[in-house]
Write a protein that binds this ligand. Structure first.
Ligand code: M6R
Length: 616
């Protein structure tokens, strides 16, 4: 979950490293550091580290006049050791300097072995063992022109766990060495200069030509070339991709926060995701990959694996897949599934849902499912070339564009759009989608971006609600049926950025316990579409009202409810039948955003969290 940047050039790389780190801050932001060579007159390594954001590191770099043509940098999300200067990367051992993303699982045993060799540890991190290990291997065999490369290769063979590392040595001003296993890392190709980073956005200012490293790869970068070897030590060529990412896609533009930008980008993100469908006259399984027709024809059920917001998308999909396509569906939290003894079904389609495609628990759950004999895997993901996409035999890329705010917004609604599409394709293949209904549904998909745009117009009303939430300590979210997972998503959004304790319940569960919490200080947010369960939900709202709870209801235009002093209603200007959960999500995202803002929180970088959870 940390961010790595490395550069070797014929110019000062410090601005490149700092700019890259700023773009990677979504991966972690509790401390940062950089080490460069080539600037100091005495040829010594210059290292700076600071707690807090990259901007603090930048001040330090300016104050010290940091300068060099070879360097590595890091922004951290603490796993081993509190956020502090001594735990910030790069970690140094002798001439070797290392930045690392991931977790080294055998760090205790290695620390003991390295201590026995006389190495002294000055941090609480697992990363420091990597620095000492490389130094130790380098000392053992300092001879060749590729000494650092060889030392890194020997060292990574001893590591157990997940890592992406970048390494430089004071003794070698012409090489930058990187390696990956289980954590993302790519190379950027320049003209007389080369780079490495955790993701493409970090390098967008210097190159669009990138190579995604495979697990087990170790690469040696010089100013002129890059050379890669695989786990077996064989030289390998990896494809060069031209990134389509534009600088504008990762800029804030007229917005104050990425979350705000991403909420308002949803009509466009959904339109892009559905582009291939909305111009089509009918639905085709090939939207999910060349083998989709064959695989979809053979499956008898669906198993969805995901975490956080992506898990909520899976929960919504279960209502669609079972209710509409008539296919049995289980949805599991990936971190639970991976350690549970379950009964595999080789005829089940395993679907992983992920914004980043790098979530460690989801990846491990997929690997576990495969090890149990599951053979059909579909990845619904926002990042092409990510580990989850590569591990699946079917894939559907949501085209939300980079999502930078830690709170997931446009990734969720585009995942829902993809899952609605999948439902329709499976329903059609199973003879449950008559042509007339298919035409109607394609029409509602085409209308979805416009409907989302009109829902965003409720923002001023949501701001009024948000003011009332600012002093609250708790909130309950209620929904029924397919809108229950939307209530869960609303509660997750509010808690993660406003730090108000929020829980979601299926409204029918209220009287089985949570009703005890309701009094005049408890705001209760209910999702009230005009669907088959509305009368049931109204009874649940009466239960809240009778206990003095403050009701905040998000309803459709035609939901029959009347407002009074304990009942606040916002009516959505448009509604989309089957796609209603997608529309009802937006007011909840806006509520969380405005409450967090009014409470003075850092909306894009909430405390203790990071965007890509690449560790267990
Ligand atoms: O990248 P992924 O979709 O796999 O991430 C899963 C969760 O970590 C993520 O959705 C997280 O819950 C968000 N912070 C929610 O806003």
């Amino acid at each position: 979950m940390c961010g790595i940047v490395g550069a070797i050039a014929r110019r000062n790389v410090v601005p490149i490293l700092l700019e890259g780190l700023k773009r990677l801050e979504y991966r972690g932001y509790d401390s940062a550091g950089a080490a460069v060579l080539g600037g100091a007159a005495d040829g010594k390594l210059q290292r700076i580290r600071s707690t807090g954001r990259v901007v603090e590191l930048e001040k330090l770099a300016q104050a010290q006049g940091l300068n060099g043509d070879l360097g590595i940098a890091h922004t951290r999300w603490a796993t081993h050791g509190v956020p502090s200067e001594k735990n910030a990367h790069p970690h140094v051992s002798g001439s070797v300097s290392v930045v690392h993303n991931g977790i080294i699982e055998n760090h205790d045993a290695m620390r003991e072995a390295l201590r026995a060799k006389g190495y002294v540890f000055v941090s609480d991190t697992d990363t420091e063992v990597i620095a000492h290990l490389i130094n130790s291997n380098l000392r053992d065999d300092p001879g060749s022109g590729h000494a650092l490369f060889d030392a890194v290769r020997r060292s990574v063979a001893e590591l157990v766990g997940a890592y992406a590392i970048a390494v430089i040595s004071e003794a070698d001003r012409d090489h930058l060495i990187v390696a990956r296993h289980g954590a993302p890392l790519l190379l950027g190709l320049g003209d007389g200069e080369n780079f490495a980073a955790s993701d493409t956005s970090a390098l967008i200012q210097v190159t669009q030509r990138v190579i995604y490293l495979e697990d087990g790869d170790v690469a040696e970068l010089t100013r002129a070339a890059v050379e890669i070897v695989d786990t077996q030590g064989n030289a390998v060529e990896r494809a060069v991709h031209v990134s389509q990412l534009s600088a504008a896609a990762v800029e804030l533009g007229p917005y104050s926060h990425y979350m705000q930008k991403e909420i308002f980008e949803q009509p466009m993100a959904v339109a892009n995701t559905l582009e291939m469908v909305t111009s089509a006259q009918s639905l085709a399984p090939q939207l999910f990959g060349v083998d989709a027709e064959k695989i979809f024809g053979d499956i008898d059920s669906v198993l969805i694996l995901a975490c956080g917001t992506s898990f909520h998308a899976g929960m919504v999909a279960r209502y669609w897949l079972e209710g509409f396509a008539g296919i049995p569906c289980n949805v599991e939290i990936a971190s639970e599934y991976r350690y549970r003894q379950s009964v595999p079904n080789p005829k089940a389609l395993v679907i992983t849902i992920s914004q980043s495609g790098e979530t460690a628990d989801t990846l491990a759950a997929l690997q576990y499912a495969k090890s149990l004999g599951h053979q059909y895997c579909l990845s619904i993901c926002n990042v092409p070339e990510s580990a989850l996409v590569r591990a699946a035999n079917l894939r559907f890329l949501t085209r939300a564009g980079p999502e930078i705010g830690v709170a997931s917004t446009k990734a969720f609604t585009t995942q829902l759009a993809a899952l609605a599409l999948l439902t329709m394709v499976l329903a059609k293949m199973r003879g449950r989608l008559p042509a007339v209904r298919e035409t109607e549904l394609l029409k509602s998909l085409r209308h979805l971006p416009t409907a989302l745009q009109s829902v965003l117009e409720v923002e001023p009303q949501i701001e009024t609600w948000a003011r009332e939430f600012v002093p609250r300590h708790h909130a309950l979210f209620l929904g029924r049926g397919i809108h229950y997972p939307i209530a869960m998503e609303g509660a997750l959004k509010l808690k993660e950025i406003s730090y108000i304790h929020a829980e979601a319940y299926a409204a029918g569960e209220l009287k089985h316990g949570p009703l005890a919490l309701v009094d005049k200080y408890m705001p209760v947010i209910a999702i009230a579409p005009n669907d088959a369960l509305i009368e049931k939900l109204k009874s649940n709202l009466q239960e809240v009202k009778a206990r003095g709870g403050q009701l905040y209801v998000i309803a459709d235009q035609d939901t029959r409810l009347t407002g009074d002093d304990v009942l606040h209603i916002i009516r959505l200007p448009d509604h989309a039948g089957l796609l209603s959960p997608i529309l009802h999500t937006l007011p909840l995202q806006l509520l969380a955003y405005h409450v967090a803002l009014m409470r003075g929180n850092d909306v894009d970088k909430p405390r203790n969290l990071a965007k890509s959870v690449t560790v267990e």
